[in-house]
Design a protein around this ligand. Structure first.
Ligand SMILES: C[S@@+](CC[C@H](N)C(=O)[O-])C[C@H]1O[C@@H](n2cnc3c(N)ncnc32)[C@H](O)[C@@H]1O
Length: 227
């Protein structure tokens, strides 16, 4: 069982290698999620936003296009450095969003593909802190009750730093923190899964998933990989 330090190092290494990587078979899945987030973000008109777990900056980049005044929190030192370089107009804060002080109030908080790195106690803490500092939140979860979630658990592919949630659970946690859920959507009912670790021997061809998902995502949002 890896300790907290090992988990942190594994997480950094994993995201540095895999995130926003066009050769990762899930890249187009995340791109579709990002397109949905972009659609949901209205014109910022210099409203303030806090983006948590900014990674390599895909969401920060969309927020800039939408003209938000951007604050971003990122735990990984390397990512924080490159965010500062790539987005000089944004305030980039390096650290754990649940322990550092982030001054200010925000019109919107974005947490895309982020709470998957928090256990349930930490998600609750994060949402409680977020509710103090923001009026609205755009959030995604990796769905435990999706084909993807069930498969990675069954095959024991799930990384020690990844936590999956079911849609009902995250909605209940949001409500407990004082938020009212006003929009929900599922992305990718059928998603790339493979027989072997690191996506070797893929089982669902992307072309087939695309066809099924056109209708499947609408009919079964709560069974999609991302919610
Ligand atoms: C899966 S990536 C998502 C990146 C970005 N939101 C996107 O959608 O492109 C998750 C990011 O959250 C960061 N992270 C994980 N735990 C964190 C924490 N407690 N505080 C701040 N950032 C964290 C990781 O370092 C990683 O860069």
């Amino acid at each position: 069982m890896p300790d907290a330090g090992d988990r942190h190092r594994d997480m950094n290494r994993y995201y540095e290698e895999r995130w926003e990587n066009p050769s990762d078979p899930r890249d187009f899945v995340f791109k579709q999620l990002n397109a949905l987030v972009m659609e949901r973000l209205q014109d910022g008109k210099r409203q303030t936003v806090l983006d948590v777990g900014s990674g390599k900056g895909a969401i920060v980049s969309m927020l800039r296009q939408r003209d938000y005044a951007i604050n971003a929190v990122e735990l990984n030192e390397t990512f924080a450095k490159s965010l500062r370089k790539n987005f000089p107009q944004a305030r980039i804060i390096e650290g754990d969003t649940n322990t550092i002080e982030v001054s200010g109030r925000f019109d919107v908080t974005t947490a895309i593909e982020f709470v998957q790195n928090l256990d349930e106690t930490s998600v609750r803490k994060f949402l409680a802190r977020t509710a103090q500092a923001t009026s609205s939140v755009v959030i995604s979860v990796s769905n435990r009750q999706s084909i993807h979630g069930l498969w990675v658990a069954y095959r024991r592919f799930q990384k020690s730093f990844v936590y999956t949630y079911i849609p009902k659970q995250i909605e209940a946690m949001l409500e407990d923190a004082g938020f009212v859920v006003t929009y929900r959507k599922g992305v990718w009912l059928l998603t790339p899964i493979a027989l072997l670790p690191d996506f070797r021997l893929p089982l669902i061809p992307a072309w087939f998933a695309r066809i099924v998902n056109r209708i499947g995502d609408r009919v079964f949002p709560r069974l999609c990989h991302l919610y």
